[in-house]
Design a protein around this ligand. Structure first.
Ligand SMILES: [Zn+2]
Length: 233
């Protein structure tokens, strides 16, 4: 239900590629801060971890932003992007259970779910997908640090290619901030976009032991993709 990014990753990211990912994200920390995206440690306190083993951060718990009582379960509206105050964020209703917002904002604490990308995971703990990749995800509440998360995912996609698959609730507009910052600071970003496809999702409804039937519904799957720039002639 909450706004979520998903990624499929290899069990170990090779040294050289991890170095690129770590270095590129390191270069974004100050520009992100200048843009209003301040990063804290995984639990919202202390500095973010950007090391040879892990990239782990959250928004700061004590950020000084003001709360908005009406900001329950914020979800971006179609064109939502950027960051702004919570007082002007709400622009609609989200299926009667939450609100839609037109920009990222904070509700008195910029801290939400911890984002973690490890160089190597313990691959005994879960099953790989058909490509040998392991899935992970983070819900961001469309807090400001959502921009930093989309930057890390874009950077990892750039360096790992088809070994890193990103699905997201976010559409092109919600990825525009990461694209712009990565292009400006790192020289890549413009050629990333979100491809949308309609897929059937099957969920088993368990109404009782004799009444187990697949429940199908159409969902939109969004995938981060790096396009090939046209050949210069
Ligand atoms: Zn805040």
């Amino acid at each position: 239900m909450g706004y979520t990014h998903y990624w499929h990753r290899p069990p170990t990211i090779p040294d050289g590629l991890w170095d690129h990912i770590q270095r590129d994200f390191d270069e974004l920390v100050l520009p992100l801060s200048d843009a209003g995206v301040v990063l804290a440690g995984g639990l919202g306190k202390g500095p973010p971890e950007i090391t040879k083993d892990v990239i782990r951060f959250n928004g700061p718990e004590e950020c000084g932003h003001s709360a908005n009582e009406e900001l329950m379960i914020p979800y971006p509206s179609n064109d939502a992007e950027g960051i702004g105050p919570s007082s002007t964020a709400i622009d609609g209703d989200f299926f009667g259970v939450g609100v839609t917002v037109k920009h990222r904002c904070c509700n008195g604490s910029c801290c939400y779910e911890t984002f973690t990308l490890e160089k190597a995971i313990d691959d005994s703990r879960e099953e790989a997908d058909e490509d040998g990749l392991y899935v992970d995800y983070v819900k961001t509440g469309f807090r400001p640090y959502d921009i930093a998360i989309t930057c890390v995912l874009l950077i990892a996609k750039h360096w790992l290619g088809n070994q890193f698959v990103v699905h997201s609730n976010g559409a092109d507009a919600q990825w525009s901030d990461a694209r712009r910052i990565c292009q400006k600071v790192l020289g890549y970003g413009d050629w990333f976009g979100i491809i949308e496809e309609a897929i059937m999702e099957e969920t088993i409804t368990k109404a009782g032991q004799d009444d187990e039937r697949p429940d199908e519904r159409h969902v939109t799957r969004r995938t981060l993709t790096e396009y090939q720039p046209p050949e210069m002639s």
